[in-house]
Design a protein around this ligand. Structure first.
Ligand code: FMN
Length: 161
């Protein structure tokens, strides 16, 4: 799959097959994701591979669609607000890389904001200042959602003199 196809066909998957995804493949996609741009090579991502005991305590309406793998992707603290924003931006790039790499091999991902809650932060043992950018279920899609149209990009484009 070429990059354009991967970008255009990735979907936010909400229902997964129970079939396992090889751990080595997930690690391979995470390693590839680390080639994301990051200012001053801070590599500000951290990943929690969430096991069943911890997962059972996370409140979520459908247990992350039954995905066989659940990751939390964190952004490390910055020493200034600018650093913090740069870290968060780099981790977002990391996440998109990861999702595209998985998708290119037929594996779906979702993105949940459930990690923003204080309760979930505590369950995951996240230190103050570290951001939970996303909880990411990973698995073979049971249902692939229909694409959602985007506005023409020209509607978002402003020409400056
Ligand atoms: C920062 C962020 C947080 C998100 N949180 C959620 C969420 O809590 N629950 C959810 O169903 N989708 C969440 N999403 C996924 C979006 O809903 C999804 O990407 C959007 O509907 C577009 O669908 P697509 O990714 O399939 O094109 C999140 C996406 C981002 C970037």
């Amino acid at each position: 799959m070429n990059v354009m196809d991967a970008i255009m066909t990735r979907r936010n998957v909400k229902l997964f097959k129970p079939d396992p995804v090889a751990r080595e493949k997930v690690l391979e996609w995470l390693q590839a994701a680390a080639y994301a741009p990051n200012h001053r090579m801070t590599e500000p991502w951290e990943i929690l591979w969430i096991g069943p005991e911890t997962r059972a305590q996370i409140p979520h309406k459908n247990n992350f669609g039954g995905a066989p793998v659940l990751l939390a992707v964190l952004s490390t603290p910055g020493s200034t607000p600018v650093d913090r924003d740069e870290h968060y931006a780099a981790v977002s790039c990391f996440l998109q890389n990861f999702m595209l790499a998985a998708h290119a091999e037929g594996v779906g991902t979702g993105w949940s904001s459930a990690g923003l809650s204080e309760k979930v932060r505590e369950l995951l043992g996240v230190e103050p200042g570290t951001e939970v950018v996303g909880l990411i279920p990973v698995g073979y899609p049971e249902v692939t959602p229909a694409p959602k149209d985007r506005a023409p990009i020209t509607a978002k484009l402003k020409e400056l003199p």
